[in-house]
Design a protein around this ligand. Structure first.
Ligand code: AMP
Length: 477
């Protein structure tokens, strides 16, 4: 079976994804250094570029570049970020690029002083708002959604800075976990549905806010609570204050954060452990689709906790049958002469001694286009010498693209949107293939009704403007 990947007109809009990590600190003598460490812990959320903006109480200072956190910042650069308040951002690499101009935080001056923004998530009406703003004379410096929010703040009429932010976020729709830095305060806002995570922690006499709690562990901060959906949290000299910025009709936490995106040592969405969730998904998958086999191996790293869970429940021994090279940089040069399956080979290599002649269960978190699974199955069979390869996927079939910040291709490119499991099995050449059922997934996650599962059931909790790229893709898939 040949699976074609085609790009629709809608796909051309589909170039900016805001799948990122944010970190902020208030009232700490080493604000920039702490932000650097926080971003380092959140590096998995974005590797295209990173930045930090600090405040010395009077002025905001910013440093940002393309690349990885540890390569961007050195002592000299961090010294250029004085003050006890700071925010930082890791940007996810995107197909459409955007380069340095899209690296955040974005800093602007407006009627009430200076303001910097760091944004995780994706707005669904950014195009429309941008067109309206441009028609009124606004000039944009980036192609990022986040700049729209800055313009809306600058144009809001209120003299009250918080009212301005509230007015701006009421004018946009989509997923956003936002951090704002002003001269004397840190402000955190989460969209009405709480799609992307955002947690508050305490460190010494200060506060920290981060996309994931793994960033708190590194700096010795203690988890306090999540920023609630629709909430604006203001942290300044008067302490921490909560305001309701947006009416929250329901929650729609992103289930894919648990499946793939977040680090397993993080606690998300009201402090639920990612590792525990992934392990339970593996257990449930084993209950749903047992198979006679000799060894269970994960596709590292995201498949590891689920494979352990699968092994525990199925009582099939667990082992690391695929070894991952952790040092593949963005600058890696592929040889001109084509080497078969190079893309996967450079990342993963099978342990022959472990797999030779065995019936192998391979656990991965998801199948998107199907190309990775196909190459992995081939590699395990041809290089590893496995007798049978049984693919087990720890999520339901991915049938819908994400418009709220997870980097997924268009619907046509999602293999499960147009092919049955048996067809996909044939395509990836596995002896068997099974996905976790949606019911099974929901049975594991506490308060599963509070989650967005659009990628698995096409039920999009946040509606799209009629002429938006999202709506186009849904109507003309
Ligand atoms: P594919 O070859 O397109 O089927 O990709 C499947 C692989 O991509 C799986 O091994 C996943 O771990 C990984 N994956 C799933 N979602 C994402 C994402 N949003 N960004 C990067 N990798 C992903």
């Amino acid at each position: 079976m040949k699976i074609k990947s085609c790009r629709t007109p809608a796909a051309f809009f589909h170039d900016i994804h805001e799948e990122c990590g944010v970190f902020g600190v208030y009232n700490h003598p080493e604000a920039a250094n702490l932000t650097y460490l926080g971003l380092y812990a959140l590096q998995h959320r974005g590797q295209e570029g990173a930045g930090i903006c600090s405040s010395d109480g009077k002025h905001l200072h910013i440093e940002k570049s393309m690349g990885l956190v540890a390569d961007i910042f050195n002592e000299k650069r961090l010294k250029r970020l004085p003050g006890s308040i700071a925010i930082g951002h890791n940007r996810y690499s995107t197909a459409g690029g955007g380069g340095l101009k899209n690296v955040q935080p974005l800093l602007a001056n407006y009627a009430l002083g200076s303001i910097a923004i760091a944004h995780n998530g994706n707005l669904v009406n950014a195009e429309q708002r941008k067109r309206e703003l441009e028609a009124e004379g606004a000039i944009f410096q980036s192609t990022s959604d986040s700049e729209v929010i800055l313009h809306l703040i600058a144009r809001a009429r209120s003299e009250n800075p918080y009212e301005r932010i509230a007015e701006a976020v009421r004018n946009v729709s989509g997923a956003f976990s936002l951090l704002f830095l002003r001269e004397n305060e840190l402000i955190a806002v989460r969209d009405a549905f709480g799609v992307r995570p955002l947690s508050i922690g305490k460190v010494d006499d200060g506060y920290v806010v981060a996309s994931e709690t793994c960033a708190f562990d590194l700096i010795g901060a203690e988890y306090v609570r999540d920023v609630e959906p629709g909430e604006m949290v203001i942290i300044n000299e008067q302490g921490l204050h909560s305001h309701k910025a947006l009416h929250s009709p329901r929650r729609a936490f992103c289930v894919f954060e648990f499946i793939y995106f977040a680090r397993p040592d993080s606690y998300l969405f009201n402090h639920t452990c990612v590792n525990t969730m992934r392990k339970e998904m593996g257990r449930q998958l084993a209950r749903e689709s047992m198979v006679d086999a000799d060894v269970v191996i994960p596709v590292p790293d995201s498949g590891v906790p689920a494979a352990i869970g699968f092994s525990e429940t199925s009582r099939i021994p667990f082992d690391f049958g695929l070894i991952r090279n952790h040092y593949i940089g963005r600058t890696f040069i592929e040889p001109k002469q084509s080497i078969r399956h190079f893309g996967v080979k450079i990342k993963l290599n099978p342990v022959r001694d472990l797999l030779q002649g065995k019936r192998v269960v391979v656990v991965d978190d998801s199948i998107v286009r199907g190309t990775t699974s196909k190459k992995i199955v081939k590699m395990i069979r041809e290089v590893g010498g496995a007798k049978e390869v049984h693919m087990r996927i720890c999520s339901p079939p991915t049938v819908g693209p994400c418009f709220y910040g997870i980097d997924t291709p268009t619907r046509q490119e999602l293999i499960a949107s147009s092919h049955m499991t048996e067809e996909i099995r044939k395509y990836i050449t596995a002896n068997s293939l099974a996905y976790l059922s949606l019911g099974g997934l929901k049975s594991i996650i506490p308060h599963s009704g509070d989650y967005c599962t659009a990628c698995f059931d096409n039920k999009y909790p946040i509606t799209f403007p009629k002429d938006s790229k999202e709506q186009l893709e849904l109507v003309f898939p």
